[in-house]
Write a protein that binds this ligand. Structure first.
Ligand code: FES
Ligand SMILES: [Fe+2]
Length: 361
């Protein structure tokens, strides 16, 4: 995340809330962006405060103080507890009010929710559902993000638009040829595409042999003017956490020996209309080369934040809050990954809603 104490986004609770999968791990931000200063965030329309205690352990608790509703994430940590920035009540890592600086210091018997939070792969993963179901083994593997063999460039921003539009975008890279001049390549449009669903995981694959890569990728791989074999696998895990495994090499090279540019694209809903976009692209060459890092980061940031995001923002605005399928979208070949992901997510959310209805009866 961009760890800034910016204004809290407007939360309009007067209409129907969005539909979200609650029992799932969402990326809350980069672990090393969370330092001594707490952070205020909105995830799934719920205010959350992220902070580290004295031992450096990261916690996520409800972000709206139960007194006069100030953002706890704008407070400060004192003796490992989070102090509200408004009148100084303090809360511990499980959200319990533990200190009252006023009058005789009677501590109100109140608290805020606590959310399971796991630090893994240099990311903070938050669970917004049933606490007892929060199994860290369910976190998809992004081990390369914390492996010194790989050097990632990365970013985190707030993107306007529904989070499913953002996962559709990664599952269908054919948009590159129209949205990203530097990433244009025949592989995305005329290359072989295949799609599969494996349990709750969806894959899109691209396969294209003996052809030129895009200018942008040539600049990273040093392959300008050289034909390459190319393969790309995109893995989607609910609700919207994607791995993009980009590979290229001289024709005839086995896939496992190709040069790999793995990337993370994690989309965590902030509201129905806004999404936390956390991304990283890594390489296993030119390690420690800061000039290379700056050029690679600049190019990717431009592609993701200044080319993808405006199109998706405007598409979202043109949808005007209407449900995706109700608009009867045309389905092209490349949409199969996105459609599969939407189906899996719908099945998981409906199952959760059914369980909640049954529990309420
Ligand atoms: S609003 Fe938090 S202590 Fe008053
Ligand atoms: Fe894109």
């Amino acid at each position: 995340m961009n760890i800034e104490r910016g204004a809290i986004p407007r939360l309009d609770r007067s209409g129907a809330p969005g539909r979200y999968l609650r029992n799932a791990w969402y990326v809350a931000g980069w672990a090393d962006d969370l330092g001594e200063e707490p952070v205020a965030r909105i995830f799934l329309e719920e205010p959350v405060a992220l902070f580290r205690d004295e031992a450096g352990v990261a916690h996520a608790i409800g972000g709206r103080c139960p007194h006069r509703f100030a953002p706890l994430g704008h407070g400060k940590v004192i003796d490992g507890q989070l102090e509200c920035p408004y009148h100084g009540l303090r809360f511990d890592g499980v959200g319990k009010c533990v200190f009252n600086p006023h009058e005789k210091g009677v501590v109100p018997r109140v608290g805020v929710p606590a959310y399971p939070l796991v630090e893994l792969h240099n990311l903070l993963w938050i669970w917004m559902g049933e606490v007892s179901a929060a199994d860290p083994a369910l976190i998809p593997d992004f081990g390369w993000l914390a492996d010194p063999k790989w050097e990632p460039v990365r970013g985190a921003t707030i993107a306007e638009g529904h989070y499913e539009l953002y996962s559709d975008n990664i599952l269908d890279i054919s948009h590159s040829n129209f949205v990203h001049p530097a990433l244009k390549a025949d592989a995305w449009t005329i290359g072989k595409r295949s799609f599969r669903t494996d349990g709750d995981t969806v894959w899109t694959e691209y396969d294209h042999l003996d052809d030129y890569l895009s200018d942008g990728i040539n600049a990273i791989l040093g392959t300008a003017g050289k034909k390459q074999d190319f393969w790309c696998g995109i893995r989607w895990n609910a609700p919207a956490v994607l791995l993009l495994d980009y590979r290229a090499a001289d024709p005839g090279t086995p896939r496992e020996d190709m040069t790999i540019l793995p990337s993370l694209h994690a989309f965590t809903p902030e509201t129905k209309d806004t999404t936390h976009y956390i991304w990283a692209v890594a390489r296993d060459f030119a390690l420690g080369n800061q000039e290379f890092n700056a050029a690679m980061k600049g190019a990717l940031e431009h592609a993701f934040e200044h080319e993808d995001m405006p199109v998706i923002r405007d598409a979202h605005r043109l949808m005007g809050g209407q449900e995706f399928w109700s608009l009867k979208p045309i389905v092209l070949t490349g949409d199969s990954g996105g459609v599969r992901a939407r189906r899996v997510l719908e099945r998981l959310i409906s199952a959760e809603e059914e369980l909640m209805r049954a529990a309420a009866e």
